[in-house]
Design a protein around this ligand. Sequence first.
Ligand code: ADP
Length: 289
Amino acid sequence: MQLTITNLNKTYANGVQALKDVNLTIEQGMFGLLGPNGAGKSSLMRTISTLQEPDTGEISLGDINVLTQKEEVRKVLGYLPQEFGVYPKIDAETLLDHLAVLKGITNRKERKEVVETLLQKTNLWQARKKNLGGYSGGMKQRFGIAQALLANPKLIIVDEPTAGLDPAERNRFLNLLSELGENTIVILSTHIVDDVKELCKDMAIINRGQVMYKGSPDDAINEIGGKVWKKRITKAELEDYKSNFNVISDRMVAGEPVIHILADSQPDGGFASIEPNLEDVYFSKILAA
Ligand code: ADP
C-alpha cells in the first residue's frame, strides 16, 4: 500500500497559504515529516486524515480515493493528534474496552484479547487499572497509540508525539512506533530532527507549505557532504557573518556563537570543514523556503 499526494493546495480564510502544491509518495514504514512550527504539517496531516478539505489536489491510499471515500479511509486510519485528550477519571483498560466497542469489536472475548494485547504492546499493562488522569505524558501518548491501533490500521499518523516527553519516555514511545512501521505506513510529523534521524528511512522537510526535500535522511546528508563549515566567532561578529554568508545555524557554545555555513569551498581560513548531520540538512532546507 502506498500513500500518494498530488498537487495539494490549501489557503485558509485568513489568506494563509498552508499547503503549496504538495507532492509526496509515501511507502510502508516510518516516514518523517519534518518542519518548523507553522510549516503546514498539521494542515497536511489533517487533510490526509479526512478532517479537512484541500482547495485542490488529490490523495490516494492504495485503491482508496482519500478525498471522496472518507469512510473507507477512516476504517484503516489510526490518528494520534498532538494533544490526545483523555477522560481523567476512567482507567486505561475500561476506556480502551469502551473504544473497542465503538470500533465495532462487539464480541466480548475477542475484545478482551485485543485490549490485553494492546495494553501489553504499549507497556501499559501494569498501569491498566490506574485512572488516566494520573498518567504521565508518555503514558498518555502510549495510550493514544493503543487506541489508534484498535482498528488494525494500515496508515498511522502521529502529530508531534514527543513534545513534552522526558528522554526515557520519548525512547519508549519511538521504539513502539518503529515496531509498527514494518507493515504499516507510519507518518511521524515533528519539528524534532532527532526523532526522524533515529527512526525514518524516508522523510520530507516542509516549510511555508512547500516540500523542500523528499528522500532518505542519509541521501540528504550526503548531498551537503563537504559543504558545511564551522567557525567560532564573537557575538559582535554574528550579524556580519549572517549578512555575508549562508549561515545555516548558530548556537552558543561556552558563551560564544559557533556558526555553521553552507558553502562549496572554504569561506575563509577560520572555517573548518565538518561532517554534516541531519540538523544541518534541516536548517539549510528550511532557509531555502
Ligand atoms: P504546523 O503543523 O507545521 O505547525 P499548521 O498546518 O498548523 O503548521 O499551520 C500552517 C499555517 O497555517 C500557519 O501559518 C498557521 O497559522 C495557519 N493555520 C493553521 N490552521 C489554520 C486555520 N484553521 N485557520 C487559519 N490559519 C491556519
